[in-house]
Design a binder for this molecule. Structure first.
Ligand SMILES: *Cc1c(COP(=O)(O)O)cnc(C)c1O
Length: 471
């Protein structure tokens, strides 16, 4: 498989190069040149298979022989052995036609572990084969950073610097980034919002001399490796509930559009994901885009679901590319327009594509109600992100759609957001025992202004120190 940029002006890459590049040099995102089909019999056969086996079956067409199957299997088994549930991503039924897909059994209690644990192993494997090293810079609204630091800590070939918005994430989220003692991982609190952090990362990638000097790599959901590692749970859950013979509806708590784009990709490969529900909180740019056809930036507001407090959804560009019939010139023009005027029209071509999705905006009052109601009715405790998906799924569950299993993606464990949960339910959820030391381990943290030069100096300084230490 070869990979092309959504803006059409960067070279086509192999799987390994796309994995290491992250953002394309023309500012676009890499997508596969075509969607490899998964046959209906193969989807049916996923039912009951170990998670790692399904992951490898889905990875193979994208990796295209770059890593032999037996080795891929070893990496996948190793990645998913770190999860606290033998099914890795179990399904729990909470109502008629309504299931919760638990994606939070990894080491940092959020769905990002599912992809990051595998991505780190794939990157280490590719870097070892090339005798190369990279510096990862990543922006996080809370969960990516912890997942990245947890996945890459101790790697001999990777330095990782994670930028997060100072004071805007939970203590548990922060500690998952700041308590790793390994000198190759760094957490930086930026005095700004998540979108500021994301803009800093984009600016570092667009500074080509800096990018080349440090061999920058990305592990945000702009990295194609993240998306393909997220295909697995869509297929696993679909097969468990009757795919390919039965259609499904997936409701996805959405921020950067990476997770729901993985759902779209699964559909493009043959999973009958009849409806994909894009669930947003008050940061509702995607909801507005779907309902008005205009993608217009607004200010970020802080909510009880901070990992969705995002206005610039970076993976939306991949969707735009698909919906425009893979017209890179269209994407280039729209993205330039967006940069200049903070708004873009999606155009007529998008209408049928928008129809394959349903967008729902779920406010914090509805989230709190849902958490209390589900707890009272079934004893099940949802976190605020997962509750956004459950509210959105319930909105689309009508008498006409009762025959379709509705699967709400539960993207975080409630113990990751104890303050929000206590305010909503009156009780503080407890961390799983395997995270016992988290709240008392010493922290290591750098606070920096929202300033590109300051952040670049920090990244370069740390990378130089590590190279000095290695020499
Ligand atoms: C990252 C995250 C999301 C949003 O996922 P995207 O792929 O950015 O849309 C939702 N919930 C939680 C808990 C997250 O960590």
């Amino acid at each position: 498989m070869r990979y092309i940029s959504t803006r059409g002006e960067a070279p086509e890459l192999s799987f390994e190069d796309a994995l290491l590049a992250g953002l394309a040099r023309d500012g676009g995102l890499y997508v596969p040149k075509s969607w490899p089909p998964i046959a209906p019999e193969a989807i049916a056969a996923f039912a009951g298979k170990p998670f790692a086996e399904v992951a490898v079956a889905l990875l193979e067409p994208f990796v295209g022989g770059a890593i032999p199957r037996a080795e891929l299997m070893g990496l996948a088994r190793d990645a998913y052995a770190r999860f606290g549930h033998p099914a890795v991503t179990p399904l729990v039924q909470i109502d008629r036609s309504l299931w919760v897909l638990e994606l939070f059994h990894g080491p940092t209690l959020a769905f990002k572990d599912v992809a990051m644990q595998l991505l780190a192993r794939l990157m280490d494997r590719v870097l070892a084969a090339r005798g190369a090293r990279v510096t990862i810079v990543a922006a996080t609204s809370g969960d990516t950073g912890g997942a990245a630091i947890e996945a890459f800590r101790g790697s001999a070939r990777v330095d990782a610097v994670v930028l997060f918005p100072h004071g805007r994430i939970s203590d548990v989220q922060r500690r998952m980034m700041t308590t790793a003692p390994e000198p190759n991982v760094h957490a930086v609190a930026v005095e700004g919002t998540f979108d500021d952090c994301q803009a800093l990362v984009k600016a570092m990638f667009n500074d080509l001399p800096f990018r080349d000097r440090l061999n920058l790599a990305a592990v945000n959901s702009i990295n194609w490796g993240r998306i393909i590692a997220q295909l697995t749970y869509y297929f696993v859950a679909g097969a468990a509930l009757g795919s390919p013979y039965r259609p499904m509806c997936f409701a996805v708590p959405t921020g950067n559009f990476g997770d729901v784009f993985a759902g779209y990709s699964a559909k493009a490969m043959g999973l009958p994901a009849e409806r994909l529900v894009v669930a947003t909180n008050e940061n509702d740019i995607l909801y507005r885009a779907w309902t008005t056809g205009m993608y217009t930036l607004a200010d970020v507001v802080a909510t009880t679901s901070p990992s969705m407090d995002i206005q610039i959804s970076s993976n939306f560009e991949r969707f735009l590319f698909e919906a425009a019939g893979r017209d890179a010139a269209f994407v280039r023009a729209r993205m330039n327009g967006l940069r200049q005027s903070r708004s873009m029209g999606l155009g007529e071509a998008m209408v049928p594509y928008r129809a394959g999705f349903i967008a729902e905006r779920v406010d914090q009052a509805a989230v709190a109600d849902c958490i209390r109601r589900v707890k009272a009715e079934s004893g099940y405790l949802l976190d605020p992100h997962s509750a956004c998906a459950v509210v959105a799924a319930r909105k689309t569950l009508t008498s006409q759609t009762q025959h379709i299993p509705h699967i709400a993606l539960a993207t975080a464990h409630p113990a990751k957001f104890p303050d929000a949960m206590e305010a909503i339910t009156g009780e503080r959820p407890t961390l799983p025992p395997r995270l016992a030391g988290l709240m008392t381990d010493p922290e290591r943290i750098a606070v920096l202004p929202n300033d590109l030069a300051a952040v670049q100096r920090f990244v370069e300084g740390e990378a130089a120190r590590r190279r000095g230490a290695a020499a």
